[in-house]
Design a protein around this ligand. Structure first.
Ligand code: C2E
Ligand code: MG
Ligand code: MG
Length: 487
């Protein structure tokens, strides 16, 4: 796993800040260790002398638990203890600093002993200790970076060590990682993904791509108001692959056009098939920004979508917000061309990119699909509901329709229903992406003639449910028991 950009950026900014501080004020008040600023200057001096220093980045595992359960005073005591234990292991010329919180960094003038020291540090950190009469044991995740391979200046070395620590943490407690290993693993992964992508054209001609369809439902009655087509690759050796595994490289290599064309044709084929079975659902599919920006791509796309005499009235094209709202003449004319032809334009992953909302007025979008991060936050933090509702108001004021993505549990659905003005929702709770055949029954139940019967998919009135478990009662009240979930 790579270090998220924010974290790297933040590390660099903070280290630059610390390095500029007055050295006379240095010294961590809690532990008595050096501060980040002192450590960074020490590291920089070693580099300037032509040494090959190593930096170890240490982060305690589960320290937050100590703070939360035993209080901050106990947490402080534990930090002082661990700091002392680590300091005891230092040799001449080594330096340790507290980076802040439960993070520490050590600099060694030579990389030679870094691995052995990391193991001794881990043993020292994980030894059981009594704090306020309670026996505790924390773990430590350690990242190691060495000059010059992992960085030529103090900032980039710290960043590399921090990244390696982050990867250590991601792979479980008490792990040690070398920055070089993380980089080479990244490279290996990239190479494997590239090889996979290179075989995409052959896969298309061997007919290995599939569409799965995920329902978009109306939040009150849970009837299907649309389906989103999501591409999958049925790989002969690796099994079913998801877009995240083969689209990113396809996008950078230009192979995405072939995928987008395949998807448009497959959507049309499926619509024709549905039509012969008396079904005509609203369908949406995703297009890559690369496709949208390609001169001359619109005409052939519209032709594909209307072959077999289909109308465009029930077709939605989803384009990710970060791109669709960019000032981009080609994209702009593509989107207007789509809208003029009668296709509904939908802005996908809305809110992920912090685009300028001003641009919303210029783009002919009718639908907004709110990124699932918003719902994730609602669970963790009640004030996030206010943000969600504010977005709902905004979208309404702009006369747009909104689909909230990523509804995974009944609590989230209830929050959405409590607003009362939401158009649609999508998520594992309401239906996982599945092959068309698996959705046919639900589609029939949601087709317009059925919907005319009031409450077609609604629950029977709450009868005697006192024997049901609370969770079951909630599922029933929300109408979820009527959904054939899974797939
Ligand atoms: P997207 O268009 O935002 O699609 C929604 C993604 O969220 C899908 O992932 C879907 O399976 C997943 N999802 C749906 N409900 C939930 C939920 O409740 N929880 C969670 N955690 N995830 C949920 P998928 O199929 O892996 O697709 C990922 C992305 O790949 C899509 O995001 C879209 O940007 C892209 N993509 C998918 N199909 C195509 C395609 O045919 N062409 C192009 N160009 N891009 C595609
Ligand atoms: Mg989408
Ligand atoms: Mg989306």
């Amino acid at each position: 796993m790579r270090t998220p950009p924010m974290r790297r950026g933040a590390a660099r900014a903070l280290s630059a800040l610390a390095a500029s501080l007055d050295p006379t004020t240095d010294g961590d008040q809690l532990t008595g260790l050096a501060t980040r600023g002192t450590l960074m200057r020490h590291l920089q001096r070693l580099l300037e002398r032509g040494e090959h220093p190593a930096i170890l980045y240490v982060d305690l595992d589960d320290f937050k638990l100590v703070n939360d359960t035993l209080g901050h005073a106990a947490g402080d005591e534990l930090l002082r203890h661990v700091a002392g234990e680590m300091a005891r292991l230092l040799g001449p010329g080594d330096m340790i600093a507290r980076q802040g919180g439960d993070e520490f960094a050590l600099v060694l003038p030579s990389a030679r002993d870094a691995g052995a020291l990391a193991h001794r540090l881990r043993t020292a950190i994980t030894a059981p200790v009594f704090v306020r009469g309670v026996q505790m044991q924390v773990g430590g995740s350690i990242g190691i970076a060495v000059a010059p391979g992992d960085g030529l200046d103090a900032g980039s070395l710290l960043e590399a060590a921090d990244g390696a620590m982050y990867e250590a943490k991601a792979s479980g407690r008490d792990q040690i990682r070398r920055a070089a290993d993380s980089v080479s693993r990244d490279r290996q992964r990239d190479r494997a993904a590239l090889t996979l992508t290179a075989s995409l054209p052959a896969a298309i001609s061997r007919d290995e791509l599939r569409l799965h369809w995920q329902p978009i439902v109306e939040v009150d009655g849970l009837t299907i108001i649309g389906l989103e087509a999501l591409v999958r690759w049925e790989h002969p050796e690796r099994g079913l692959l998801y877009p995240g595994e083969f689209l990113p490289f396809a996008e950078t290599s230009g192979m995405i056009h072939a995928v987008d064309e395949w998807v448009a044709s497959a959507v049309t084929r499926q619509r024709v098939e549905w039509r012969t079975r008396g079904l005509d659902p609203y369908v949406g599919f995703n297009l890559s920004p690369q496709f949208a920006r390609l001169p001359g791509s619109l005409g052939p796309l519209l032709e594909r979508l209307t072959s077999g005499g289909l109308s465009l009235e029930r077709v939605t094209v989803e384009l990710t917000e970060s791109v669709a709202l960019r000032e981009d003449r080609r994209l702009f004319s593509f989107l207007h061309g789509l809208a003029d032809a009668g296709v509904t334009v939908s802005l996908d992953d809305f809110g992920r990119a912090y685009s300028s909302l001003d641009r919303l007025r210029d783009v002919p979008a009718k639908w907004i699909k709110l990124d699932r991060a918003f719902l994730d936050r609602v669970q963790a933090d009640a004030s996030a509901t206010d943000v969600l509702f504010a977005i709902l108001e905004l979208v309404q004021a702009l006369k747009l329709k909104l689909v909230v993505e990523g509804v995974e549990n009944p609590e989230q659905l209830e929050v959405l229903r409590s607003h009362g003005a939401l158009t649609g929702a999508q998520g594992y709770l309401l239906g996982r992406p599945a092959p068309a055949a698996a959705l046919e029954q639900r589609l029939r139940e949601s087709s317009p003639s059925r919907l005319q019967a009031p409450g077609a998919l609604r629950l029977p009135a709450e009868a005697d449910r006192s024997s049901l478990q609370p969770g079951q009662r909630q599922r029933e009240r929300l109408g979820l028991d009527r959904l054939p979930l899974g797939g």
